[in-house]
Design a protein around this ligand. Structure first.
Ligand SMILES: Cc1cc2nc3c(=O)[nH]c(=O)nc-3n(C[C@H](O)[C@H](O)[C@H](O)COP(=O)(O)O)c2cc1C
Length: 302
């Protein structure tokens, strides 16, 4: 028997495979496409206290080896999410709700409205909004206040999603842990710009967007290894995971679970393929638990 189960900050999952925020809606869109028996958890699209329209189009562009998006956190607000929760639960996997807000007060009020989910992922890393998002996640002080505030309101495990668009990511990671975060997730997208040479304008409706997909994988793993060295809490690693080999790289490098995002757009069966691939790899190598793989990166001295 091969054991792929993991327990991330008290969230017991049937596999370390998590659908990344913003790439699977609320999971319902993937009913019948994704095999949820092999998915540890879904992370919802970012939810805010009030409905949000998002950014002007175009909001998505393909890049070599990835994509650029500037959705701007469009969503119908937390009340609609709460109404859909019973249906989302029927998917039969753990539910992590990704949240964001433009002020501390807004975020705290939002958290007060959330119950019945398995985890809360605080998005302090979106590069596509004017207020909140990455602006918060670049500051260890603001992140600490947010985490302390949320932890005083709810007992639901709290995951802090970090931005790689800062040279202070280690400080933000440490501040999150010290303030009581139960888990970190990284990375959110890397800020980038594409130019339409005919129109001499940015390709997206905004100047910039967030880069995701295989292009960012080595950058994400580098960040993971550095953050792993400075915190003890679990980390959900993501950024360009397209197959089981990529997933294994993140697990070896120190991720306790992995997020699959952009890959879902080209192949919604990626999670089950990763599950099957990891299982086969463990079987062939006579390793009976995925836990034996996690954080086993050997670094040569010097
Ligand atoms: C279209 C799109 C929407 C996203 N929306 C969110 C979001 O609402 N909240 C969030 O924390 N991350 C969001 N992300 C970031 C992803 O969850 C993930 O961190 C990132 O894309 C890197 O993983 P990937 O390369 O596997 O896509 C979004 C990414 C994409 C591509």
């Amino acid at each position: 028997m091969i054991d792929l189960t993991v327990n991330i900050a008290g969230i017991k999952m049937k596999s370390p495979i998590i659908l990344a925020s913003g790439t699977c809606g609320w999971g319902l869109e993937y009913k019948g496409l994704v095999d949820f028996n092999k998915v540890g958890a879904i992370t919802t699209k970012g939810v805010s206290l009030y409905p949000k329209e998002g950014n002007p189009p175009p909001r998505i562009a393909e890049t070599p080896c990835g994509m650029l998006n500037s959705i701007g956190l469009e969503n119908p607000g937390v009340d609609e999410f709460v109404k859909s929760l019973p249906e989302i639960k029927e998917l039969g996997t753990k539910i992590i709700v990704n949240i964001f807000g433009e002020s501390k007060e807004e975020i705290f009020h939002l958290v007060e409205k959330i119950e019945g989910v398995d985890g809360i992922e605080l998005n302090v890393s979106c590069p596509n909004v004017e207020k909140g998002g990455m602006e918060f996640g670049r500051s260890p002080e603001i992140t600490e206040e947010l985490v302390k505030g949320i932890k005083s309101i709810t007992h639901i495990p709290l995951i802090v999603k970090l931005t790689p668009n800062t040279d202070r990511i280690l400080d933000v990671a440490r501040a999150s842990e010290e303030a009581g975060a139960d888990c970190l997730s990284l990375v959110n997208t890397y800020i980038g710009t594409m130019v339409d040479i005919e129109k001499r304008r940015p390709v997206l409706g905004k100047i910039s967007g967030g880069l995701s997909g295989p292009a960012i994988k080595p950058l994400a793993i580098y960040t993971l290894v550095r953050v792993r060295e400075v915190v003890k809490i679990p980390i959900i690693g993501m950024g360009g995971i397209m197959n089981w080999r990529d997933a294994l790289e993140f697990l070896i490098a120190g991720a306790d679970a992995i997020g699959v995002g952009t890959a879902l757009f080209s192949d919604p069966t990626t999670p089950e393929k990763i599950y099957d691939g990891l299982k086969k790899y463990l079987e062939e190598n006579k390793i009976y638990s995925i836990l034996k793989i996690i954080n086993t990166l050997e670094v040569k001295d010097g």
